[in-house]
Write a protein that binds this ligand. Structure first.
Ligand code: GRF
Length: 203
């Protein structure tokens, strides 16, 4: 299947997907990388990997709907089957979701439903949780609320800082995102209401 990866930042999740595709660990290929941020390291990583990459700077659009419509148009132009949000810092609106029903994934650096939103590694540390982690989920109309596909858990250590915990979580993000995308690509995922079942024979 054809992936459209959306990123706003450094792109280490994009890089893990690029590497997994190159190692034939994902039954998919990256059709395009889109960013809303002209300075995104993700665009440089895409260029280095010889991938189609485009920047649609959201500041050049008069409203969120126009930006979303432009992103959808580019994804459809590149015949994308699955949209992969990888550190994409924009909320996708209802028209975007309608264009790719149950075909948008996101990775969040916390064990949802705990700690939705931003700066969640620090929120977990400040809350005093013993375990943190990351979640790959389908994107629905809410923020960080869609059906959960894969999660990974990491311990929170006494001497952890926001940086050390974030690094430990990021390492797991790079492991579970390619795995989740491959499950989708191989048709292993079944959504039943809120729950996502993984077909055992394809796990
Ligand atoms: C990661 O923590 C990811 O979970 C969040 O954005 C951060 C940066 O990701 N969504 P990347 O290095 O730009 O892929």
């Amino acid at each position: 299947i054809r992936l459209g990866v959306l990123a706003s930042g450094g792109g280490t999740n994009l890089q893990s997907i690029i590497d997994a595709c190159a190692a034939n660990q994902i039954a998919a290929r990256i059709a395009c990388v889109l960013s809303n941020n002209p300075d995104a390291g993700a665009l440089q990583r895409a260029a280095r990997a010889g991938l189609v990459h485009e920047c649609l700077d959201h500041r050049q659009f008069s409203c969120r709907q126009d930006f979303d419509a432009a992103m959808v148009a580019r994804l459809q132009h590149h015949q994308v089957d699955l949209v992969v949000l990888a550190g994409f810092m924009r909320i996708v609106g209802p028209a975007f979701i309608e264009a790719f029903p149950q075909r948008i994934l996101n990775i969040h650096p916390a064990l949802l439903p705990a700690f939705p939103g931003l700066h969640v590694q620090k929120k977990a540390l400040d809350y005093g949780v013993r375990f943190a982690g990351c979640t790959v989920h389908f994107v629905d109309g809410g923020v960080d609320t869609g059906p959960i596909i894969v999660q990974a858990v990491v311990p929170v250590l006494d001497n952890d800082t926001e940086e050390s915990l974030s690094a430990r979580i990021l390492e797991q993000e790079h492991r579970i995102y390619p795995y989740a995308i491959d499950l989708f690509a191989r048709g292993a995922l079944e959504i039943a209401g809120r729950r996502v079942r993984i077909r055992a024979e394809l796990a």
